[in-house]
Every structure is written in structure tokens, then in C-alpha cells.
Design a protein around this ligand. Structure first.
Ligand code: UDP
Length: 478
């Protein structure tokens, strides 16, 4: 006889700062609607999260929320290293959990809907095997998912990938909707691989397949921002929930649901934030400071560090720079830094190991962002109307930086270059002579982003639909 199952969502992010950060916000939004949520972290990411954040006390207020962890055998931090370890260690354990263990039909509280990161295609397969409805969470940008993930088979069939010639400026005409925008150099970085059996390409092909198998896809964007690619994506996955900017929608919904006595500082960072930079920012005039950060995974060589450093210093703008430990390949040796650079930095710079980035970007002193174009960073900059200099590193960043420069006109894309003159000019271009084309577009997009999360905004409506669909999917499992 069928038992009646209470709605219970499993959120299962890939173990990296950006994706976990998005997934936590999504989980809390689902909790606010009263639905039970289990947040499954691999052990590798759960440890630093407990050490550096208040997630446990924050989520303690939801009796319908619980954290669960799963071993991962991870030792390093590199993307494919982590994913390979998870594939060997986590995948079979996860299958047992879902098919016969603590999340299964036999458990006290069976999972009724699964929301894994789309980069865990095995989780989609296991959900289907266990007849659990599954909705993928995609934390990379829609412009990348469309051009480089969902279209990867098309690109391969058309002979565009692997690249045959070295002309990276050639337009890619086989992808619908972006024929006049995307050049070879703007596809996701893995498209530059000469080898189709490269593990990243294999993972992306599986990911694209998983997205098409799932009952829905959650994206961190708002309808107007991605109006070029969303209609094309909907032909392959009709049920898309655009609930971005997720961090802003989250703050709005939390404020609406929280009494003043329950105020919480929100921090989801897996590194300790250094808030001293906020008082340093207070000392600077509005829109004068350039913020420099390459996120949680990107690295640069010592030579690239010097070029960017000179470029920023020569622009004459005060700067706040996040130098994440380990982000300089083969280490940082101050004795090799020209003394003039160190002295000028003392006068106009502030360097921290990790910053409260959302607060930094919202600070009135910030006038520009030199970024690696990670999708979270890009969305955070869009919401605050901060123009960008884009120096993409990998993953979706090559595509994001192209859209920032060519589609949203919110900044300058300097991909595949790293020289001080170019950096200086790009910083001046986005920050000198206000208002300029970049600040104007940035303001327009910031207003549209804010509109999307109002009560009747497109993202609020999509979130409501997601909650309704979770309830409906759960009841059909009963
Ligand atoms: N971030 C932060 N402090 C920093 C640098 C980054 O809190 O000093 C946060 C940032 O706000 C963003 C995330 O780390 O939410 C980075 O995600 P993104 O997608 O931009 O890049 P990734 O780290 O995944 O490459």
C-alpha cells in the first residue's frame, strides 16, 4: 500500500565555494516555504564551511532543515581532481543512500524531490533509477550552458570543436542565437582541448544529457538578462526556473520572513573573511576604488600578477585586492616585487586574503571590478551596477566575459592578454569620465535585476512556481 510522503527535498551541491554558496541560498529559500530539506555536503567542503561560517546556527532556526555529509576521498583542490575522487568514492555511497539507505523509501523521511548540481550527472541517473523526481541546479551561466554545454555535440558535429585552425577570432556559427557574438576564444575553456576524450569534455557531455533528462533546471539569472539564450534553451529543457540574482532574491525573501530579533549575518564563505577592508573602503570617495579578485579557484603566475599589479597601480585608482592564499602559482616572493610597486601599494592599496565580496561590491566607494568573470561574481557586480574588467580564467568565464563586453556592455573583456598597458587602459575605460557607456549600462542592468526580485518580478514568480512544483511532484510520489 502507498504511504503518503511528506515533501522532502535533497539539495546536493558539488564541493566548491561558488556552487555550495548558491545551493545554501536555494535550500534556505525552500525551507522558508516549510518544506523539509536535507543538504548533502561532501566531507571535503563541509569542514571549512563549519570552520568559517555560521551556517549551523543560521540553519538551526529551521526545524525542517538538516545537514548530512558523505565521504569523498578528496585531497586536492583542483576541479577535475575533486570530481574524479567524488566519482570513485561518493557515487556508490550516494547510490546506497538513495536506493536503500537514509534517504530512501525505506527511511523515516524519504526524499521526494532531488536537486543535485547539474555537474553531478550520476545523481540524476540515481534519482531516475529510484523513481525520484529530479531538478538540476546549474550554477554556471546560462550563456555558457547554452553555447558550450548543451551545444557541445553540435559543435563537435559541425567540426568547430576541437579547433582545427588557430584563428581564435573566428565566429562560431553552429550555435543558434549567438552566431554574431561568440568567437572560438569565447567558448568555455575546455573547447580549446585537442582531445575529445579529455575528462572535462566527457563530464560536460554527461552533464548536458543529465539536464535534458531532469524534470527541470534552476538557473541563477533573470529572464531579461539572458533573453538571447533562454528561448533556445527552453527547446531542449522546457521547464526552466530563472530565480536570479539568487543572492538578492534570497536577501529579499529572508528580510520579508525574518523578525528583527532574528537578524543573522549571512556568510557562506569557506574562507575566513577579512572585514578590515570595509573600514578602508569607508575612507575613499564614491566610485573611486577598483576591486580586484579572481574568486575561489583561479590562479595566476607571478608574471601575470606583476602585469596586473602595474596596470592597476598605473591607472592611479585606489584598489582593494583579494590575494587568496595559493592563488599565485609557484608562490609569492615579495623580494622579487619592484620596490616602487610595494611603495605605491602602501599609499593607495589594500590587500586582503578573502573579502566579504557582496558587501564590498555594494560599498559606495567601489567604481570598478577587475574580475575572473566567475558567474557569482558577475551576478553580484550586475546587481550593484559595478562595471567590470574581465580577465577570465576557465570554466564558464570565457563566455561570461564576452557577454559582459558585447551583450550587456557592462565592461571590457581582456581575455587571453595580460599586459600592464592593456590593464591600465581597461581600468580607466570603465572608471574615468562618468557617466560612460559602461556605467550607464551597468545602472540599467542593476535596475532590471532589482525589478526581477520584487513581489511580481520574474524571478519571484519563478521561485513560487518551483515551490509549487516541488509540492506537486512530492504528492505524485505518495
Ligand atoms: N568571494 C568572496 N570573497 C572573496 C572572493 C570571492 O566572498 O574575497 C565569493 C564571491 O562573492 C562569489 C564567490 O566567492 O560569490 C566566487 O564565485 P564565482 O562564481 O565568482 O567564482 P569561482 O570562485 O567559482 O571561480
Amino acid at each position: 500500500m502507498d504511504q503518503t510522503l511528506e515533501p522532502h527535498v535533497l539539495v546536493f551541491p558539488i564541493p566548491f565555494q561558488g556552487p555550495v554558496y548558491c545551493a545554501l541560498k536555494l535550500a534556505e529559500l525552500i525551507c522558508l516555504s516549510g518544506i523539509h530539506v536535507t543538504f548533502l555536503n561532501t566531507e571535503h567542503i563541509h569542514r571549512p564551511l563549519l570552520r568559517h561560517t555560521n551556517v549551523v546556527s543560521r540553519f538551526n532556526r529551521y526545524p525542517n532543515f538538516r545537514f548530512q555529509t558523505i565521504p569523498d576521498g578528496v585531497h586536492g583542490d583542483r576541479f577535475m581532481e575533486v570530481m574524479a575522487a567524488v566519482d570513485v568514492v561518493t557515487k556508490p555511497l550516494f547510490r546506497d543512500m538513495v536506493v536503500s539507505g537514509t534517504l530512501s523509501r525505506k527511511s523515516e523521511r524519504p526524499v521526494t524531490v532531488m536537486i543535485p548540481d547539474a555537474s553531478f550527472p550520476f545523481a540524476v541517473d540515481i534519482a531516475i533509477e529510484a523513481s525520484i523526481p529530479v531538478i538540476c541546479l546549474e550554477t554556471v551561466s546560462p550563456c555558457c550552458v547554452w553555447t558550450s554545454y548543451l551545444n557541445l555535440p553540435t559543435l563537435i558535429e559541425a567540426g568547430d570543436v576541437p579547433f582545427k585552425e588557430n584563428d581564435l577570432d573566428q565566429l562560431i556559427t553552429s550555435v543558434q542565437g549567438t552566431q554574431h557574438i561568440i568567437r572560438k576564444r569565447d567558448l568555455a575553456k575546455f573547447c580549446r582541448s585537442e582531445d575529445l576524450s579529455n575528462p572535462v569534455i566527457e563530464l560536460i557531455i554527461k552533464e548536458a544529457h543529465a539536464i535534458s533528462q531532469a524534470q527541470g533546471l534552476i538557473l541563477n539569472t533573470f529572464e531579461k538578462l539572458d533573453s538571447i539564450v533562454l528561448p533556445h534553451m527552453r527547446k531542449l529543457c522546457p521547464n526552466i526556473y530563472t530565480i536570479g540574482p539568487l543572492h538578492t532574491l534570497y536577501k529579499a525573501q529572508l528580510t520579508a520572513n525574518t523578525t528583527s530579533s532574528q537578524e543573522f549575518t549571512i556568510s557562506n564563505s569557506v574562507w575566513k573573511e577579512d572585514r578590515t577592508c570595509m573600514s578602508w573602503l569607508d575612507k575613499n570617495d564614491p566610485k573611486t576604488v577598483v576591486y580586484v579578485s579572481i574568486g575561489s579557484l583561479a590562479t595566476m603566475t607571478f608574471e601575470q600578477l606583476l602585469e596586473i599589479w602595474y596596470g592597476v597601480v598605473n591607472s592611479g585608482k585606489p584598489f582593494l585586492w583579494v590575494r587568496r592564499p595559493g592563488s599565485i602559482n609557484s608562490g609569492y616572493d615579495e623580494s622579487h616585487v619592484p620596490i616602487e610597486l610595494l611603495e605605491r601599494t602602501k599609499e593607495i592599496g589594500c590587500i586582503v586574503e578573502w573579502a566579504p565580496q557582496e558587501d564590498v561590491l555594494a560599498h559606495p566607494a567601489i567604481g570598478g571590478f577587475l574580475t575572473h568573470s566567475g558567474w557569482n561574481s558577475t551576478m553580484e557586480s550586475i546587481v550593484e551596477g559595478v562595471p567590470m574588467v574581465c580577465w577570465p580564467y576557465s570554466a564558464d568565464q570565457q563566455v561570461n566575459s564576452r557577454f559582459v563586453g558585447e551583450v550587456w556592455k557592462m565592461g571590457v573583456d581582456i581575455k587571453d592578454t595580460c599586459d600592464r598597458v592593456r590593464v591600465e587602459k581597461a581600468v580607466r575605460d570603465i572608471m574615468d569620465s562618468k557617466p560612460n557607456v559602461f556605467t550607464q549600462s551597468a545602472n540599467t542592468w542593476a535596475n532590471l535585476a532589482k525589478e526581477s526580485i520584487t513581489k511580481n518580478g520574474s524571478s519571484s514568480i519563478r521561485l513560487g512556481r518551483l515551490i509549487d512544483d516541488i509540492l506537486a511532484m512530492s504528492s505524485t510520489r505518495s
